[in-house]
Write a protein that binds this ligand. Structure first.
Ligand code: NAD
Ligand code: 89V
Length: 340
């Protein structure tokens, strides 16, 4: 039985704790949160008695195989480096780091310690998105040449995550990071990116609309568009919608989790709606199921000694797209993310 600890027991960690409880061969044996109320709430909810308000104290006192860091970004570097120094495997929530320099240092620390590092970049693990990735990579529409990866919503994310309203960076760093990662998972690495941003909601500090144009190394051009200022019906939070043109057909992932393949042979449409796990609630169930999937993937990787799909090293490339998008929107024009 693998022993893990969750660091950060706030809003999203509840999903991670539920998912760990569902997975065989693993147990969360300790919890850490610097906020005693959050710590006590999660400890009681999940029946975990070994609790700490300081991660260094926990790492010194507990025998752990891994830590699952679910704090906000400011604390990620210090916690990842402390876990690496303690010789335990690490999962770290997105956004992985506030800068490329921090992210590279975190990857290097884990490599030097010989521990596995996975970024909890879960959107590419959503069942509907996975179905689209599998169909595309399986050749269902031939070689793709255009893609639109779209997340547009008017959902109130600020009630659950109030810090999102106060940060100078909002939609690209918090949500666009997922959608850019899906574009990478679908179409491969990016050679050029340009972006525009807008703030429509005057009550928040950062941008809530971003439109990004990506050139992928394999020849695909994609548009990644994100908005939390879109009031429409149906409200699609938290669905990522897709339109992909390939040389032999088109693929669409439409509102309501419907995947449609159109080829000269005809049209094939099926539901790829996520299941409602016993602890999940709509409309979050899509994200909640992806948490279970990515954590299962982490356990599989540890068992066979393989790097996770969204390893720290992999996530450097998604983070570079975020940095390129902000720099482009600030006036830097079109950028090669590899140069950041
Ligand atoms: P939150 O503020 O609700 O919870 C974070 C918790 O971490 C708090 O309880 C806080 O007290 C604790 N904490 C902070 N620094 C700490 C430290 N150094 N040591 C111990 N505890 C510490 O935040 P949240 O909304 O749960 O978000 C957490 C992270 O999860 C963020 O990085 C966010 O972007 C990410 N997130 C990811 C998804 C997803 O789908 N992958 C969804 C929501 C949030
Ligand atoms: O991923 C996140 O951190 C969340 C949400 C999915 C709502 O954007 O903020």
């Amino acid at each position: 039985m693998l022993k893990g600890a969750v660091i950060g027991c706030g809003f999203f960690a509840q999903n991670q704790l539920h998912a760990w409880a569902d997975l065989p061969g693993v147990g969360i044996t300790a919890l850490c949160d610097r906020d005693p109320e959050h710590l006590a709430f999660a400890a009681a909810r999940f029946g975990i008695t070994r609790t700490y308000t300081d991660a260094a104290t926990m790492l010194a006192a507990e025998r752990l195989d891994f830590v699952d860091i679910a704090t906000t970004v400011a604390s990620h570097r210090v916690l990842v480096e402390a876990a690496a120094a303690a010789g335990v495997h690490v999962i770290c929530q997105k956004p992985f780091a506030p800068s490329m320099a921090d992210a590279r240092a975190m990857v290097a620390a884990c490599e030097a310690a010989g521990v596995t590092l996975m970024v909890h970049e879960n959107f590419r693990w959503q069942g509907a998105v996975r179905s689209a990735i599998d169909a595309l990579h399986g050749g269902a529409i031939g070689a793709p040449f255009f893609g639109r990866v779209s997340f547009r919503s008017g959902f109130d994310v600020f009630s659950g995550q109030p810090y999102l309203a106060t940060q100078p960076r909002f939609i690209i760093e918090d949500l666009g990071i997922h959608i850019l990662d899906i574009a990478r998972a679908l179409f491969g690495e990016v050679t050029h990116l340009s972006a525009t941003t807008r703030r429509v909601n005057a009550d928040i500090r950062g941008e809530d609309v971003a439109t990004m144009l990506l050139a992928h190394r394999g020849g695909v051009t994609s548009v990644v568009d994100c908005s939390y200022a879109t009031r429409r019906s149906p409200e699609t939070f938290p669905e990522t919608l897709l339109e992909i043109d390939g040389e032999a057909g088109t693929l669409r992932l439409d509102a309501g989790y419907r995947l449609t393949l159109s080829t000269p042979r005809g049209e094939e449409s099926r539901s790829v709606a996520p299941p409602l796990l016993p602890w999940a609630e709509r409309p979050w169930h899509n994200i909640q199921e992806s948490v279970l999937r990515i954590q299962a993937h982490f356990l599989d990787c540890l068992a066979i000694g393989r790097a996770p799909e969204t390893s720290g090293a992999d996530n450097l490339r998604t983070l570079a797209l975020v940095e390129a998008a902000y720099a482009s929107a600030a006036g830097a024009g079109t950028l090669d993310p590899a140069e950041l």
